[in-house]
Write a protein that binds this ligand. Structure first.
Ligand code: PLP
Length: 261
């Protein structure tokens, strides 16, 4: 798939589209974004992404022209046609509206996690901001330590999420995910999985990681991705039954909402 992008409504090949170098979105990571997955060219849960984008921008005191951004996304989607991929919508402090359609990243069937110490930036609670260097570094540190992806753990030992996905775990036979009060992102996939499975929010201390029966990551681009090990300790079931159930239920909801056949 050729990556196409729109900058303030001008559409062209993504690699050739530009924004001014003075944009504080670039210079300071000051801005907000959303990523929605495209199924045959149609974004799943788009309304929820738009709602979160508005909330992120309001929390960051960033004003932007929502109507223009949505119309530009529509025009870009009309141009790319029925592709499977992802659409990223970025609003910068410099006032640029950037939309990019890209192929999905390659994903392994199951992922080995390595814990990385991480303190959420509290002032950015409920802001999906462009400031992702810490998340990207966490993934890199986990890979340097031999894992595929990071599992972020707070300085007090509370398990949080992965750098770009929510974390679910089965403990004592029940499915849980860390609470939003621990400053994890209000992930849209997390919301859907909670609803579909009846999972509940529960604080997880890292001391209990060895007791987990199953675990998976959840995000827009991954949907549900089983976890195979944490810090080198294999999980007993990969994917376990509750992981499979969650993955199937989410796929089913996506297909039903988008009326995919
Ligand atoms: C820190 C973080 N947690 C969780 C997620 C998953 O969120 P969603 O399900 O809305 O894609 C993301 C997505 O980028 C993220 O960046």
């Amino acid at each position: 798939m050729d990556e196409l992008a729109s900058v303030d409504g001008t559409i062209g090949p993504a690699a050739q589209m530009t924004i001014p170098v003075t944009d504080e979105g670039l210079l300071r990571g000051d801005g907000v974004f959303e990523v929605a997955r495209l199924y045959a060219g149609r974004p799943f849960a788009w309304d929820e992404h738009v709602e979160r984008l508005q909330r992120s921008a309001a929390n960051l005191r960033l004003e932007f022209d929502l109507e223009a951004a949505l119309a530009e996304v529509d025009a870009l989607l009309a141009k790319v046609g029925p592709v499977d991929g992802a659409i990223r919508l970025v609003i910068t402090r410099g006032g640029r509206r950037v939309a990019v359609v890209s192929p999905l990243p390659e994903r392994q069937r199951a992922v080995a996690l390595g814990t990385v110490r991480y303190a959420p930036t509290r002032v950015l609670d409920a802001v999906k901001s462009l400031s992702y260097a810490a998340n990207m570094l966490a993934s890199r540190l986990a890979r340097e330590a031999g894992a595929d992806e990071a599992l972020l753990v707070s300085p007090h030992g509370r398990v949080l999420e992965a750098p770009t996905s929510a974390f679910f775990f089965v403990l004592d036979g029940r499915l849980h995910t860390p609470p939003l009060a621990d400053h994890v992102l209000d992930s849209i996939t997390r919301r859907h999985v909670l609803e579909l499975t009846g999972a509940t929010a529960r604080v997880l201390h890292e001391d209990l990681l060895g007791e987990l029966e199953e675990a998976f990551l959840a995000s827009t681009t991954r949907e549900v991705q089983p976890v195979s090990s944490i810090d080198g300790r294999p999980l007993p079931a990969v994917p376990g039954p509750q992981t499979t159930e969650a993955a199937d239920a989410l796929r089913h909801r996506i297909a039903a909402q988008l009326r995919l056949t």
